[in-house]
Design a protein around this ligand. Sequence first.
Ligand code: MG
Ligand code: ZN
Length: 226
Amino acid sequence: MQVKVVSNILEANEAHAGVNRQRFKNNRVFVLNLMSSPGSGKTSILERTIDHIKGLLRIGVIEGDIYTAKDAERIGEKGVPVVQINTKGACHLDANMIACALAELPLDQLDLLVIENIGNLVCPAEFDLGEDIKAMVLSVTEGNDKPLKYPLMFREAKALLVNKMDLISFTDFDLDLMEKDIRGINPDGKIFLMSAKTGEGFEAWCRWLYHQVQAKKEKSSVTASG
Ligand code: MG
Ligand code: ZN
């Protein structure tokens, strides 16, 4: 019985995610679902990413938090449209929450929508939001054990942002071991070594993200004209 209930929740989520995906396609907006544990630096990475590419792409943000609008306020200061979702206890975003938030965003005027998920390495990875790609942040202060302990999220992530590289010498984080563990789970994921504090690695990450956004636009214009 328990299993049945869980599968119904995920099936209902799939239906909402499909509707979202079609809306994103119709509006030619690329959607990134950004996940990580709490405190890994998602919001700081997002702030710097916006600084890097807001001259090239029109960006909007959905901020997921259990309580408070602190992160949305930080993002709002960057002058981009932002909507806060407070899940009031729920530990992940689902596709229906995103559908509600979309009513508050000028979707037809965006190239890139970033969804900052709830800080949690487990269930956010199970809920499709209709996004184009998932990316995740792992900070070096979290240690090497995370990929093998939480393989689903690391498998689903098309990009892994290894943050807080400025602190690596104060930790025993092993980059070679991290890469070996990731490759065992997710052979094709892109890995970016970066620091939201110093800006290291943002050039490469933002270039890659920009190309992902452009590739979707090109694909959708081919489909539209053909
Ligand atoms: Mg945050
Ligand atoms: Zn959850």
